[in-house]
Each structure stands twice: as structure tokens, then as C-alpha cells.
Design a protein around this ligand. Structure first.
Ligand code: ADP
Length: 185
């Protein structure tokens, strides 16, 4: 069975950077829900239009929209190791992920939490220039609030299931990468 891993962490924790590196090093297919949504939006699809209003406010896109999107993506990756970036972000999404993987004869092998304090998040995002519509200081604060309220409960959720691996995400990309790899061994 091919491994399935998810990266958890607040906005600006470097999930995307780490997912990209693991993809290159270990031939994981990286599924980043934020990227998929931004692509859908740029392409002007119905999904993209629906997601935009939530993304611009810093809110989560409704679970059923995200879950349908991820189910489609997983269906095309049966023979590959999968690395999820930015999903699940709610307990309902985590439950749906477990069901979707089970139906495909897979299971989640680890949830790696890239732990970064809020002040570091705010500092990092204010310095990066990615031209993302949702990187204004107010929206970043809202994304952090949403993270603590909706996504942080997944730390306990995966802890109880013996799947949580915690990594200190405050260092540079290189040292975080070393820690993530160690956590996955
Ligand atoms: P970040 O981790 O920096 O917030 P992402 O690119 O992962 O960046 O997500 C950007 C936005 O896309 C989120 O603020 C949210 O609106 C939407 N989004 C991404 N993934 C999900 C998800 N799993 N559930 C709901 N909304 C999501």
C-alpha cells in the first residue's frame, strides 16, 4: 500500500515549501488544496468562483466543496504515495479523508504538525511577496483565528490515533526539512 501523509500547521508555517521538497525527494504526489483552489479561480471555474469569497475573507471554503475536490484528486492517484498540504483542516474533513482513503484501500500513515508561533507567522507573511489576495495583515489575522478554532483540534484528533508527529517549524526551510524527514522515518 502506498503511504499517505498530511502536513498540518498554521498559515505561513512552510507546509507548501516542505511539501514541494518531499515531492522532489520521495516522489510523493503533493495535493495542496489552497493551490488547487487558486488554480480553479484563475481558470474561472464554478468551483473557483464559489471558493473566492471565502478565501478573500480568510475563511475556510465549505467542507463539502473541499471534500468533493479531494475525492476526485485521490481517485487519480491510487498507485502513488500522496502528500496532503492544507487538508484536512476541520474534524469533518479528517473524518471524510479517513473514509475516502478506506474506500480506496489506503489509510493515513502520519500527520506532521509544523509548529510555528503566531508572531512568527505574522512576521513571515508580511515579508513574503507572493501577491496573494489573502495576505493582507487583517486577513492573515483572520486565517490564524480560523486555524486555532477549526484546524488545531486536529492535533488532538491525530494524537489520539497515534498519527501525530510534531516538528519545530520556526527554523529555516533546510532545518525544518531535516526534522520532517526524521519524523517520517
Ligand atoms: P495557508 O496555509 O497559508 O492559509 P493555503 O494555500 O493552504 O494557505 O489556503 C489558502 C485558502 O484556501 C484558505 O485560507 C482557505 O480559504 C482555502 N482552503 C485551503 N485548503 C482548505 C481546506 N482544506 N478547507 C477549507 N478551505 C481551504
Amino acid at each position: 500500500m502506498q503511504p499517505t501523509i498530511t502536513l498540518l500547521g498554521p498559515p505561513g508555517s512552510g507546509k507548501g515549501t516542505q511539501a514541494e521538497r518531499l515531492g522532489e525527494e520521495h516522489s510523493f504526489a503533493a495535493l495542496a488544496t489552497g493551490e488547487l483552489l487558486r488554480e480553479a479561480r484563475a481558470a474561472g471555474t464554478e468551483l473557483g468562483r464559489r471558493a473566492s469569497e471565502y478565501m478573500d475573507r480568510g475563511d475556510l471554503v465549505p467542507d463539502e466543496v473541499i471534500i468533493a475536490m479531494i475525492r476526485d484528486e485521490l481517485a487519480s492517484l491510487d498507485d502513488k504515495p500522496v502528500l496532503l498540504d492544507g487538508f484536512p483542516r476541520t474534524v469533518a474533513q479528517a473524518d471524510a479523508l479517513a473514509r475516502a482513503l478506506g474506500e480506496r484501500g489506503r489509510k493515513l500513515d502520519a500527520a506532521v504538525l509544523i509548529d510555528v508561533p503566531d508572531d512568527v507567522v505574522v512576521e513571515r507573511i508580511s515579508r513574503r511577496h507572493q501577491d496573494r489576495d489573502d495576505d493582507s495583515p487583517e486577513t492573515v489575522r483572520e486565517r490564524l483565528r480560523v486555524y486555532h478554532r477549526e484546524t488545531e483540534p486536529l492535533v488532538a484528533y491525530y494524537g489520539e490515533r497515534g498519527l501525530l508527529r510534531r516538528v519545530d517549524g520556526a527554523g529555516d526551510a533546510e532545518s525544518v526539512n531535516a526534522e520532517v524527514r526524521a519524523a517520517l522515518e
